[in-house]
Write a protein that binds this ligand. Sequence first.
Ligand SMILES: C[C@H](O)[C@@H](O)CC(=O)C(=O)O
Ligand SMILES: [Mg+2]
Length: 367
Amino acid sequence: MVRGRISRLSVRDVRFPTSLEGHGSDAMHTDPDYSAAYVVIETDAEDGLKGCGITFTLGKGTEVDWSREGRGAPGDSSHPKCSVGLVGQAGGKACLEVTRGHEEQMLAQGYPAYTTSCAWLGYSDDTLKQLCTQALKDGWIRFKVKVGADLQDDERRCQLIRDVIGPEKTLMMDANQRWDVPEAVEWMSKLAKFKPLWIEEPTSPDDILGHATISKALVPLGIGVATGEQCHNRVLFKQLLQAKALQFLQIDSCRLGSVNENLSVLLMAKKFEIPVCPHAGGVGLCELVQHLILFDYISVSASLKNRMCEYVDHLHEHFKYPVMVQRASYMPPKDAGYSTEMKEESVKKHQYPDGEVWKKLLAAQEN
Ligand SMILES: C[C@H](O)[C@@H](O)CC(=O)C(=O)O
Ligand SMILES: [Mg+2]
């Protein structure tokens, strides 16, 4: 059903200076400014139908001209994290079967989440301690810590977190592709004493057999391998699943091009009985992926075993339909659409380089 014709398309470079406080930092990306190429497609439909899309980058990545440049190394922070998602805001109900009981359960309890916001690599020990203590008070029971740059630092930081959260709460670790295969096994054998549920992105995201080798070595230590936030299509996921290279599968709502591509991965994960624990955070990724993981539970996996969705507590205030997290769970959004739309006022302020925020920052850098 056609409801209008495209009348206008805009692409804007929107950047948030998250690097100033170390938000989002990890072993590979030390100074990310969470950013997005933000696209709005308007139509002349009477009801104002429009589509909004986000390509998440770490700042400078928004400048890359794909027609001229070769692709950078996957983890190079000067290149885009390259998440592409363009989805119409006009909603409709998915037409796959809905399991009623599960829908009601989600509406009442929400989908379980874990937090990455306490333990970015650039945070001081004091900040780490303070944020973990507060998160516990707020009801969080699952935490992720960034590791991989320096083993002694990792040991100190993990001990500090365990001291605050205790031995029973769930802890995950994320190396953001920092290691080669033998190094990943050796490093994680040393961190095994902190009882991590998983090690995320232990090595290059394209090294499927490397992930299989790491899984084989770490599963006997009780550590699973999680990966997927840099996997851009279903074929990569198919091979990771076939090679038994991961124990936790992390879709990224934007990195996988289109909702359909995400859905095929959810279906494959169900077939291989591997839990999907989506990557989120960035700019708007929590907003988008909550739809996919709720759909997974209600209509595909029908299970919460070993499943949880990442939550990062930054930048939600810039979205028109921000996520709602209560008692460490994602509460299902009730508005139609994919929650992609940003507030115009936020876009204007953070537009690079001439939005108010950047004008001030760039002028300060010059002086
Ligand atoms: C550069 C990003 O902040 C990255 O560290 C996010 C990530 O790996 C995660 O949230 O997982
Ligand atoms: Mg990660």
